[in-house]
Design a protein around this ligand. Structure first.
Ligand SMILES: [Zn+2]
Length: 196
């Protein structure tokens, strides 16, 4: 099949043959660079600047059941932006004619949120790794006893240290690095460290 690009669909399409929901579509029309697109993405490598590209929707369920798994698909391109993915040509034409400023603002808003989310994920992961690194360094070089320090003050100092150290779920994990990756995975929706 060679190289392709993938379009991720927020609302899955239904295979006209069997109704299977299809959430991602492969296309050879966008330059075949293994990139990911969604509605609102710039597709500068598209051969069409404004218009409709005919593609094929492929259903693996039908194909595995030896039924024809292919049905028509229309990619709506508006000023090099993927503005819609439709199964019906008439709908695709309507979509093309209806793109307006509100669509642009919506796409801009979404991409800015997405960029902020990834930035947050990156810093949270970096922060966790930094804390883990400091923790390992401390383990290797334990702090010397502070002369004349009372038990109470010592405990408070340690509690404060723990507060800035790796979280319990990392400290107690059999594989702390795996735990760090897990809690910062792009699939983990919550902001794990709570302050990004
Ligand atoms: Zn099907």
């Amino acid at each position: 099949m060679g190289m392709f690009d993938t379009i991720y669909l927020k609302t899955p399409l239904a295979c006209p043959g069997c109704g299977t929901e299809i959430g991602e579509v492969q296309t050879h029309e966008f330059g075949e660079t293994m990139r990911h697109y969604s509605v609102g993405s710039l597709v500068t490598a598209s051969p069409v600047v404004t218009g409709i590209l005919k593609e094929t929707l492929w259903c693996s369920t039908c194909s595995q059941a030896d039924r024809p798994g292919e049905s028509p698909l229309y990619l709506v391109i508006w000023h090099s932006i993927l503005a819609g993915v439709e199964q019906d040509l008439e709908k695709a034409e309507k979509r093309l004619a209806a793109v307006d400023r509100l669509d642009l603002i919506g796409w801009l808003d979404e991409s800015q949120r997405e960029a902020a989310r990834w930035r947050g994920k990156y810093y949270a992961l970096y922060h966790d790794l930094e804390r883990w690194h400091e923790h390992l360094e401390r383990e290797g070089n334990p702090e010397p006893e502070v002369e004349g320090e009372s038990e109470d003050v010592r405990k408070r100092r340690q509690a404060l240290r723990r507060l800035w150290g790796p979280p319990e779920e990392v400290l107690n994990a059999p594989d702390p690095l795996a735990a760090i990756i897990e809690r910062n995975s792009p699939e983990t929706e919550d902001e794990p460290n709570g302050f990004w």
